[in-house]
Design a protein around this ligand. Structure first.
Ligand code: NDP
Length: 278
């Protein structure tokens, strides 16, 4: 399993399994399938309501805890120092672990500075091995980095073939923050990605699937990807991307698919606040 080194020297797998929209029961079995398929990074969140299922899978899977990289995210309603701290302790209890590899501020909304201070303290106490952010624009990310003691190790943002996030990626490199891609298969537009003629042609050359090419593109950019699937064969397919390398020309061709806009609500739209709180 390829790993990248975060800005605090903690190693993080370059591919993980995302569990958004996996209900409790299904989630537990899918995480077991994922670990059997050799995923070691599992990405959950308080807002996914499946941390307990992930915890049960972690206990059942037979792989030692120290070989796994467990990541969760704190939700907006917990954005005060005390609430954030308590909510992370609750996440740890649900995940049946006494430390977490990575905890992210899920959304740059409300008093996320206070929540970030709580993560900093938990990090200093050794309960969190890395802390970071999600859905932060370049401006908010630079601000948070400049005015806090511990720089975020990761920014998890929407990133896929149709929204490649080149500018944000440059800022992350500049600030030493690891880019992690959520929705790496373009989620509800996955069928467009699978039907794209250029991607089909490139995939055919390597005997791979379009989904594998889409994931490979981002890991070749040094971006961590966390695809989700509820199907065992796709869970296996999505991690089987380490036996081929896209050429520079293929990388350039795929770069032209970038539409440079979110498939959801952009984070500079004030409606995002209402949506996040609903
Ligand atoms: P993805 O881009 O991972 O796409 C998931 C969709 O693709 C599902 O419909 C899945 O269907 C389908 N799919 C998966 N693999 C294949 C394949 N090989 N061939 C064809 N279809 C496939 O979207 P997500 O939104 O789930 O993002 C991934 C993870 O990112 C989440 O699970 C979560 O951990 C994180 N995330 C974080 C967010 C944040 O705000 N920080 C927001 C959204 C996601 P099926 O299940 O039927 O296989």
């Amino acid at each position: 399993m390829e790993k990248i080194k975060l800005n605090n020297n903690i190693e993080m797998p370059i591919i993980g399994f995302g569990v958004f929209q996996l209900p409790e029961k299904e989630c537990e079995e899918c995480v077991i399938d994922a670990i059997e398929a050799n995923y070691r990074l599992i990405d959950t969140a308080q807002a996914y309501y499946n941390e307990e299922a992930v915890g049960r899978a972690i206990i059942r899977c037979g792989v030692p805890r120290e070989e796994l990289f467990l990541a969760t995210k704190g939700w907006v309603t917990e954005h005060s120092y005390e609430k954030a701290r308590m909510s992370v302790m609750t996440s740890m209890r649900k995940l049946q672990t006494n430390y977490l590899d990575l905890v992210l501020i899920h959304q740059p909304l409300g008093d996320y500075y206070a929540a970030y201070h709580a993560l900093e303290d938990l990090y200093k106490e050794g309960k969190l091995w890395a802390i970071g952010i999600s859905n932060f624009s370049a401006e908010r990310m630079a601000d948070l980095t400049a005015f806090n003691e511990i720089p975020p190790a990761v920014n998890q943002v929407e990133t896929h073939l149709f929204f490649q996030q080149n500018t944000l990626n440059e800022w992350m490199s500049k600030l030493g923050i690891q880019h992690e891609a959520w929705g790496p298969l373009a989620e509800h537009r996955v069928s467009e990605l699978l039907d794209n003629q250029a991607i089909i042609r490139i995939a055919g050359k390597y005997g791979k699937t379009p989904a594998q090419v889409a994931l490979r593109f981002n890991i070749q950019r040094g971006i961590v990807v966390i695809p989700k699937s509820s199907k065992q064969e796709r869970i296996r397919e999505n991690i089987d991307i380490f036996d081929f390398v896209l050429t520079d020309d293929e990388m350039s061709e795929i770069r032209t698919l970038d539409e440079n806009k979110s498939l959801w609500l952009p984070y500079d739209d004030p409606n995002i606040v209402e949506m996040a709180m609903s």
